[in-house]
Write a protein that binds this ligand. Structure first.
Ligand SMILES: Nc1nc2c(ncn2[C@@H]2O[C@H](COP(=O)(O)OP(=O)(O)OP(=O)(O)O)[C@@H](O)[C@H]2O)c(=O)[nH]1
Length: 371
């Protein structure tokens, strides 16, 4: 049995964590009676969860995460997308935060979930991971959500700096999910968020379940670590669930296609290592078809680990984990982030020089009110 710690930082991290807890309890939208459902978690790993936030309302919004797992770090109502303030708040509360982590015990693996672009999550995450890596031996992976590109200059520049900070934190690997890429889920913004959060939660739980399962062909934590240590330290996850008549090779291809992935990439060009986990009833799992598809992938990317979990009566589901050698989409994000940084800098300079305001007030220079 694996001992797993999942931490969600900031609003986005908290919400994905809450979705994980909902799915772990059975997934139903109405399963909000915590005590009842905690007694029958669907997963056999021992999973501890922790949510950190400066905004108490974000923590209150969580419905499926136990109260003792929701930790408020008091600072107004969030840090307003200011990463410098976020870093300072983390440092001031570091010992309290680390005590919470310490109290959860020892783990085989930990995941930290955050948006790249807000203030709290994106500034807490690199500092927290650095502390965890200094104090503990277990590997720590980070799931980072990239912003919708139209959300504005502050979010764009935060993303550029936070991903750099997370990479330099000692993290064992970063899994990218991209709101921009996943927004075709459609509906209102809240529905899109929920849909994206559920996608991320389901994939992570599938992965954890697979790492802790009796498999016909085995992938384990060691394979996961090897895959994640490949490439440029960045990874993404694909997933596809077949319906009854779909051949297994199409199901595998779909899990690697744009609609299956959390981050836009051409896996045959940009991936560096891969792990494919196939779950389903034996009768759907043609070994010839599986081998042909895996060979095609390994021909393009190098090494591919494969695992098969037999689940009687279930249609096949495929999870693909891919580390990336290059990430064209991330490079594009950094391009627009650089423009955003220049824009903010020029604006700040204009304000400091007071050009606009000087013009405004100069209109009444030398005048007095007339009554
Ligand atoms: N996928 C997804 N993205 C979210 C969600 N909530 C917020 N975001 C994204 O997260 C970014 C903003 O970061 P938040 O996590 O809200 O910010 P925070 O870490 O709480 O920081 P502050 O509010 O500035 O203190 C934006 O790019 C949002 O689009 C969510 O539930 N799901």
């Amino acid at each position: 049995m694996l001992n797993i710690l999942v931490i969600g930082n900031g609003q986005c991290g908290n919400r994905i964590l809450d979705s994980i807890n909902r799915h772990a309890m059975g997934g139903g939208k109405n399963c909000n009676r915590l005590a009842k459902f905690y007694s029958k978690q669907r997963f056999k790993s021992h999973v501890e969860t922790l949510a950190f936030n400066t905004a108490v309302n974000d923590l209150k919004e969580m419905k499926f995460t136990k109260a003792r797992d929701r930790v408020h770090i008091p600072h107004l109502h969030g840090v307003g997308a200011n990463r410098n303030v976020g870093k300072q708040v983390f440092e001031e509360n570091k010992e309290m935060i680390m005590r919470q982590v310490e109290e959860r015990g020892n783990f085989d693996i930990a995941f930290v979930l955050t948006s790249a672009s807000g203030g709290t999550g994106s500034s807490f995450t690199p500092l927290l991971i650095r502390e965890m890596k200094n104090r503990y031996d277990y590997p720590v992976y980070c799931v980072v959500v990239l912003p919708f590109r139209e959300e504005g200059t502050l979010y764009l520049q935060n993303s550029a700096f936070s991903i750099r900070d997370i990479r330099q934190s000692g993290v064992d690997g970063i899994i990218l999910a991209d709101n921009q890429y996943l927004k075709n889920i459609g509906g209102s913004i809240q529905e899109a968020y929920n849909g994206i959060n559920d996608m991320i939660a389901e994939r992570l739980l599938f992965l954890l379940d697979a790492l802790d399962s009796e498999m016909m062909m085995v992938t384990d934590l060691g394979d996961f670590k090897t895959v994640m240590s490949g490439g440029a330290g960045l990874a993404t996850i694909g997933f596809f669930k077949a319906d009854k008549d779909m051949p297994i090779k199409t199901t595998i291809q779909n899990s690697l296609s744009p609609s299956g992935l959390l981050f836009s990439t051409n896996v045959y060009e940009e991936a560096s290592r891969a792990m494919i986990v196939i779950k389903g009833d034996r009768k759907y799992l043609s070994i010839d078809e599986i081998s042909t598809e895996i060979e095609k992938l390994s021909g393009a990317v190098g090494h591919v680990f494969k695992g098969i979990v037999v689940r009687d009566g279930e249609y096949p589901q495929i999870l693909s984990l891919l580390t990336l050698e290059s990430a064209h989409e991330l490079e594009k994000l950094y391009n627009v982030a650089v423009q955003a940084i220049h824009y903010e800098k020029a604006k700040k300079q204009r304000v400091e020089e007071g050009v606009e305001m000087k013009r405004t007030f100069s209109q009444i220079e030398g005048m007095e009110p007339e009554y």
